[in-house]
Design a protein around this ligand. Structure first.
Ligand code: SIN
Length: 486
């Protein structure tokens, strides 16, 4: 196998695949995937892609993004996202991708929480991510190395030379002139999450172990409506677009209690709705449901085929029967600090893009359906940036190919304990006492004889907790409360 390439991309979600597709075919590009290529968050994205519908909508998209982000967004990054978004979508459509349209061929836009207008494109009804992922995979001219766990970045004197990987029971180095991290967020750190099973913060941990800065790691987003009673680790998402099109959040008495917490009710930003559900459950001990009675069966089946199929399979008669819901971890606004072209601070030839990256575009709370757009817009910028400097010669130093033990016997037990700890103490409602308890336990675990992969998770958990401890007042998804009971 060839172990030296022009570009190495870590991750096969929308950010990684779109970056690859924006690079010339003449380059030698290798993409590594931890599992199957579709085990990524893009594949499971339901609602759609937010995009300004016309010139006049760009400032409104900016305003909604800044509003959801609770004043914590990088205004320049938001401007890039919203003003370059239409071009990125046009490019996808020109490549041959089909978003859902009406019978006359006009694009259909839906609405989601905190958007002031209908501006969410979708595909396959509620299978937008899956459709885009399949489409990008079909266009890909470069090879993917599957079942490949990245165990380290090859960094020497502030320059990145590639990554160390574990593949087919062997550890070896993959060298590249440019390395792009597009590995997604941190879902597996939490007991309840909507993320693909591969999303476990490894790359963020590797960055921390090299002293690379992460930013805003206290900003963790919880999606308000997930079905968490199933056995799978990844919890079934019930798309925000359901609420955008009429689904209601009710308690077991049928009360639409979210209005008691915010005048916008179910269409308040998702951090607000998540907290309302979490608090209402704690306060009343009542079950909370998503009521789908606004939909006819025929329309529901056609508009939300994946949710219809998944919930019917589990035994729910939808839309007639309401679905018990809970918030679940969904998205990390924090990530590896980059500039607006994806360059990682202080390490040459290393880039990050998509959910793993922090450009500041999402602030303290991401606006619904802005993440697929982020993947498209910022990947184009990363590819352009790379093309400007890839021709420079690069002499690679001799680097070790050994690696510490990746997993140890007791890791699984500790991993589950960590998930529980993060959910209750660094989750939707936080307080300094419990955050401190969590921090101490994470420090204890870090000095146990553990495998490297668990250590990476712990490093990122510690970063989330210490960032949360540093931010003394509530902001967006980071919400401080005095008492939390586990
Ligand atoms: C959803 O469909 O509710 C998820 C959309 C998103 O996370 O942006």
């Amino acid at each position: 196998m060839k172990t030296s390439h022009d570009v190495l991309i870590i991750g096969t979600g929308i950010a990684g695949l779109s970056t690859a597709l924006a690079l010339p075919k003449s380059l030698s590009v290798l993409i590594v995937s931890k599992d199957y290529a579709w085990e990524c968050n893009t594949f499971y994205a339901q609602g759609g892609v937010a995009v300004a519908k016309d010139e006049a909508d760009i400032p409104l998209h900016v305003q909604d993004t800044l509003g959801a982000g609770a004043g914590h967004c990088d205004a320049e990054a938001v401007d890039v996202l919203c003003s370059e978004g239409p071009k990125a979508i046009k490019h996808l459509i020109d490549m041959g991708f089909n978003f859902d349209t009406d019978e006359e061929g006009n694009l259909l836009y839906t609405k989601e929480a905190a958007h002031s207008t209908n501006r969410i494109l979708h595909a396959g009804g509620d299978a937008t991510g899956r459709y885009i992922h399949l489409f990008l995979m079909q266009q890909l001219p470069f090879p993917i190395l599957y079942n490949t766990q990245v165990t380290d970045l090859l960094i020497d004197e502030g320059v990145c030379y590639g990554a160390r990987v574990f593949h087919n029971d062997t550890i070896f180095n993959l060298y590249a002139k440019k390395v792009i991290i597009a590995s997604g967020g941190v879902g597996s750190l939490y007991e309840y999450h909507t993320n693909a099973r591969t999303i476990s913060a490894d790359m963020q941990g590797i960055c921390l172990s090299h002293g690379i800065a992460l930013a805003d790691m206290e900003m963790m987003q919880f999606h308000p409506t997930a079905f968490v009673l199933g056995n799978s680790v990844r919890k079934q998402l019930l798309s925000e677009s359901l609420r955008g099109e009429g689904a209601m959040v009710v308690d077991e008495d049928g009360k639409r209690f979210v209005f008691d917490y915010d005048a916008r009710g179910e269409l308040a930003p998702r951090d607000v709705v998540s907290r309302a559900i979490f608090k209402h459950k704690q306060k009343t001990n009542k079950e909370v449901y998503l009521d789908l009675s606004a939909f006819s069966k025929e329309h529901f089946k056609q508009r939300f085929p994946s949710i219809y199929f998944n919930m019917t399979n589990i035994g729910y008669n939808v839309p007639e029967q309401r679905i018990p819901i809970s918030p679940a971890f969904h998205y990390s606004m924090g990530g590896i600090k980059t500039d607006l072209n994806g360059k990682v601070s202080h390490v040459k030839d290393l880039y990050a893009v998509g959910e793993c990256a922090h450009t500041g575009v999402h602030g303290a709370n991401r606006l619904a359906s802005n993440s697929l757009l982020e993947g498209l817009v910022f990947s184009a910028r990363v590819a352009k940036e790379i093309m400007q400097s890839i021709s420079q010669p690069k002499v690679q130093p001799l680097l070790s190919e050994t690696e510490e033990v990746l997993m140890r016997e007791n890791d699984k037990v500790l991993k589950n304990e960590l998930r529980h700890l993060m959910w209750y103490y660094a989750g939707i409602l936080r307080d300094p006492k419990n955050l401190e308890k969590a921090r101490q336990r994470v420090e204890e675990m870090l000095i146990l004889p553990i495998g490297k992969l668990l250590r990476l998770r712990l490093l990122v958990s510690r970063e989330i907790i210490t960032s949360a401890l540093k931010r003394k007042t509530s902001l967006g998804a980071h919400y401080i409360k005095e008492e939390v009971t586990a």
